[in-house]
Structures are given as C-alpha cells and as structure tokens.
Design a protein around this ligand. Structure first.
Ligand code: UDP
Length: 311
C-alpha cells in the first residue's frame, strides 16, 4: 500500500519546514512547494536525501499540477512577518487569494483533505479579549496590515465555501504568534529581532512603550496541534496558540536575562494598526483535540537562543 501523500505549500518556511519533518517522521510522503520568497532551502536541506521527500520551487499563485494521488493539501504559503508583508503586499494578497484558490483546486481534484493555515490577524486589533473562534474581528480593510489580514479572511471564506458547495473536507487553523528555530534572524518579528540583538550586543528595539501584549507558542507545540487538527473531523476554525500572555517589554527583559546580554532597550515608534493585545482562547482545541501547549516560554526561548547561537 502506498504511503499517504501530503502536498504542503510554503513547506520551506519556518512553520512549513517543521511540519515537513514531522510528517516524514509520521511516515507520510511529502511534496513541498515553495517559491522561496521568504522560505529557504536551508530549512529543508537535511530532508533532500530522504526518499519520501520532494521539493518543487513553485509559485502557488499559479495553477498547481501534481501527478498521482494526494491525500492532504496543507496551504501554509504566506508572508507571515509584518516586515515582509509590508514590503510585499501584492505577493501577500496573491498567496492568500490565488494561492488558496489553487491549493483548494488541487485538493478538490485529488479528493484530498485541505488544511488552511490562517492567523490570529483575522481578529485584527481585537475588541474582545481573549479571542475565541466566534469573535468576528476588528480589522482595518485598507490599513497597512490589510494585505495580510484581508487575504487571510478571504482565504477562510473561500475554504468554507469549498466545504459547503463542493463538500470538500476542509480545516482552518488560526495560528497565534509562534516562535522557534529557523525563524530568519532579519524577518523583523519580535523574537528573532530581540534574540539577535541580545546576542550581538545591539540595542533591543521596543516599539511604542512595549505595553502591547502577545502570547507565544513554541513551534513543536504548534505542530502537534496542526497534526491533530489534520486528522480530526472539525471543519470550522480552530485557534492554536499559547495563552500565556505578557507585554513586549517583559519579553525584552526575559531575553536579556536568559542570554545574560548587556544590551540596552531602546524605544521606537509603534507601527500603525499594531494590535494592542492578543491572546488565544484555546478552549475549543482543548476540548475537541485534547491539545494544549506543553513548552513554557523560558524553555522555548532557551532552545531558540541555542539555535540562533549555532546558526
Ligand atoms: N515589536 C517590537 N520590536 C521589534 C519587533 C516587534 O517591539 O523589534 C513588537 C510589535 O510592534 C508587536 C509585537 O512586538 O507589537 C509582535 O510583533 P511581531 O512582528 O513579532 O508580530 P505581530 O504579532 O505584530 O504579527
């Protein structure tokens, strides 16, 4: 009997590459598609010799043809860092709209299960806290972040329409801030920015007063949740993230403490539409997937810092 085959778009990115590794460990055959705009072959290089792994450099905003059977299509391709999507808003909109359309088309032709990697950004700058899946969000449709937020909102709408109209078995995960090894040191997100600065005796740049909150999930916890959702019967959106919430200034202090760095903290202008608070309500994932994060911030940061030191 042939192994179950998974096509993953954006498989050479941070989350995608961890997902590829885990799927191979679970005995799947993996086809990884990536146009390498923000992903990198370095993330998947160790998989290149593996029999059940294939990489194709492709832009998913163009139609996707794959020969043979496919059991799962995971649409992970996206420019997830604010710095990247502010620089490349049209590519971001294309990945979320055309990329989702083409990935859904592939899943439909192959009668595959489809998993959309959506985001907590669909809640925008939330007026409800913490965010539960039934909150509709507070998003500026033409703001600087709209290229990301609105394309992801569109991608959720398209995914659920394929479920309703074509009876495709679709799943939607709303991923909250996630961190770990393989984040690009210059991708602009707060964890790699602070770690890189702390390790290189540069000032840590806190935006605004640093009072905005986030909650960060370690990558291995997220991947476990993604797998459980893939194999579940759930078709409506599920939040995955770590509910431990703290301010950005607290994060800066924690990274300085763990690294033992003497770097200073400096304050910079808060970017437009930067959400003031964010924390997932993960009650649904707990109840339906028996999932909750197991790696605390300190342990996750220590592992991530160790990786940054070696890379
Ligand atoms: N941030 C910061 N300094 C940095 C990078 C980010 O203070 O060098 C802040 C940013 O304004 C936001 C939070 O950290 O409030 C998380 O930013 P990130 O880009 O990691 O992700 P977001 O949650 O905004 O998508």
């Amino acid at each position: 009997m042939r192994k179950k085959r998974v096509v993953i778009t954006g498989g050479a990115g941070f989350i995608g590459s961890h997902m590829c590794e885990r799927l191979l460990a679970e005995d799947f055959s993996v086809i990884c598609l990536d146009n390498l705009v923000t992903g990198s072959e370095d993330n998947i290089r160790r998989l290149f010799g593996t029999k059940d792994f294939r990489f194709e450099r492709r832009d998913v905003s163009l139609p996707i043809e794959i020969a043979g059977g496919v059991d799962y299509v995971l649409h992970c391709a996206s420019l997830a860092s604010p710095k990247d999507y502010l620089n490349l808003p049209i590519e971001t909109l294309k990945a979320g709209s055309l990329g989702t359309y083409n990935s859904l088309g592939l899943a439909r032709r192959k009668k595959a299960v489809f998993l959309l990697f959506s985001t907590s950004e669909i809640y925008g700058d939330p007026l409800v806290h913490p965010q539960r899946e039934d909150y509709w969000g507070h998003v500026n449709p033409t703001g600087l972040r709209s290229c990301y937020d609105e394309s992801k909102r569109f991608s959720e709408a398209l995914t659920i329409a394929y479920h309703r109209i074509h009876k495709l078995d679709t799943k939607i995960v709303r991923i909250f801030n996630t961190y770990g090894p393989r984040m690009r040191r210059n991708d602009g997100r707060v964890v790699p920015n602070f770690i890189f600065s702390a390790l290189n005796s540069r000032p840590l740049t806190v935006y605004g007063r640093g009072r905005q909150t986030r909650s960060f999930c370690y990558i291995d916890d997220l991947v476990e949740g993604l797998l459980r959702l893939m194999f579940s019967k759930i078709n409506d959106p599920v939040n995955l993230g770590n509910p431990h919430e703290f301010t950005i200034i607290e994060l800066a202090r924690k990274i300085l403490q763990i690294t033992g760095s003497k770097s200073k903290v400096v304050f910079r202008r808060l970017p437009a539409d930067d959400p003031r608070q964010r924390r997932p309500d993960i009650g649904k994932a707990g109840k339906l997937l028996s999932w909750k994060p197991t790696i605390c911030l300190r342990e996750g940061l220590e592992r991530t810092i160790a990786w940054f030191k070696g890379n």
